[in-house]
Structure formats: C-alpha cells, structure tokens
Design a protein around this ligand. Structure first.
Ligand SMILES: C[S@@+](CC[C@H](N)C(=O)[O-])C[C@H]1O[C@@H](n2cnc3c(N)ncnc32)[C@H](O)[C@@H]1O
Length: 184
C-alpha cells in the first residue's frame, strides 16, 4: 500500500519514516515520536493487547505522527508495503525463541533480514538490541550469510529513548547487545 495512504500529509520519499517492530508497551515509539514530531512513525506488533495499550497512550499524548498495525511484521511488511521507504527499522528485544525447534519463529533470520533490506531506503538503518547473547550471535551469523553489498555494519547510533525491556534489564544490570547496519 502506498505509505501516503496511511499518513495524512505525508509527502513522500524525502520525509523521515521510522518503523518499530514488536513495540510491546510502546515506550520507545511514543517517546521518540513525541521528541520528533516532524518524523512519521509506524509500529507493527503481533499482539492486539499491546497495540490497544500503546494506541490509548498515543491518543492521550495527542501523538498524531504514529500509526500502529497489528500483525506479524514480516507478513505485513511483505504484503502491504512498497520497497525503499523506511529510514530506520528498529527491532528491539525481539522474542528470542530459545528452544531450537522454535528458532523458525525468530524475526532475525536471513529471509527477514533480506526483507528489511528491501524495505529500507538506501542509507537507511537497521537497529537491533537484545539481552539474549545466543540470539544475538545467531543473528550476526545470519548477517554473514547475506549477499555481500547489502548492508554496512556501522557503530550503533545512540538514542535517548528506551524500550520497556531495556529499562527493566538495565535496572537488573543485564548485559545488552546493540547492532546497527545501514543499507548500502
Ligand atoms: C520481548 S517483547 C519486547 C517489547 C518491546 N520491544 C520492548 O523492548 O519493551 C517482544 C515483542 O515483539 C512482539 N513480536 C514478536 N514477534 C513479532 C512479529 N513477528 N511481528 C510483530 N511483533 C512481534 C511481541 O508480541 C512482543 O510485544
């Protein structure tokens, strides 16, 4: 679907469009969107409960530059969005699915990294944060299997906005792993 149909007033490619996948209670998305009212934000979350929760808070904050969709991000992105439209895609504390037989549910695997690449603008950034070392290492291995020339790994840009999980895990003193790759 053309992104202009989702955001009233959206002019097109020159405007900044940020996607968060699996926003949960929406802390990162809400605070980032409030700090950058000139940007457009899209959140995709699989659970209706969290989508409703975040929507209520966005309405309360009169945050008009955010739209939420409920569904599996990989399906929604593949089926409904054009390529080359996002400036940033954030995958923050994705479900780790630690059991080997459940790895197929992970969002950070080769076909979805390729999908994120398609949906990012040239120079656009994929941001990943997790507390799960094994998942992080597996995701890095998946990156290495991508065709060369898709992404350039760069030093992670720091954001003053945190997710609910990041706040909780930092309080507990857990190590957190960050990664950023920009579309070439
Ligand atoms: C561990 S929670 C982290 C929530 C939030 N990012 C945070 O850091 O506080 C993972 C979130 O991603 C959502 N999720 C998992 N797989 C998803 C998918 N394929 N598409 C969209 N959302 C997904 C879950 O429903 C959950 O809200």
């Amino acid at each position: 679907m053309p992104i202009q149909d989702i955001f009233e007033g959206f002019q097109g490619a020159s405007e900044t469009l940020v996607l968060e996948i699996g926003f949960g209670k929406g802390h990162f998305l809400r605070n980032y969107a409030k700090a950058c009212p000139q940007y457009y934000f899209l959140g995709i979350e699989r659970f209706l409960q969290w989508t409703r929760h975040t929507k209520k808070r966005l309405i309360k904050d009169e945050c008009l530059n955010v739209k939420l969709l409920c569904g599996l991000a990989q399906d929604v992105l593949r089926d409904y969005f054009e390529n080359d439209i996002f400036d940033e895609i954030h995958v923050l504390f994705p479900d780790p699915w630690p059991k080997r037989r459940h790895h197929k549910h992970r969002i950070l695997q080769k076909p979805y990294l390729e999908l994120f690449h398609q949906k990012l603008k040239s120079g656009g950034a994929l941001h990943i944060t997790t507390d799960h070392k094994d998942y992080f290492n597996d995701a890095m291995k998946a990156f290495e299997t991508l065709k060369p020339g898709l992404f350039k790994v760069v030093e992670k840009q720091d954001y003053p906005f945190k997710t609910n999980y990041q706040i909780k895990y930092e309080r507990e003193g857990r190590p957190i792993y960050f990664f950023q790759a920009n579309k070439i």
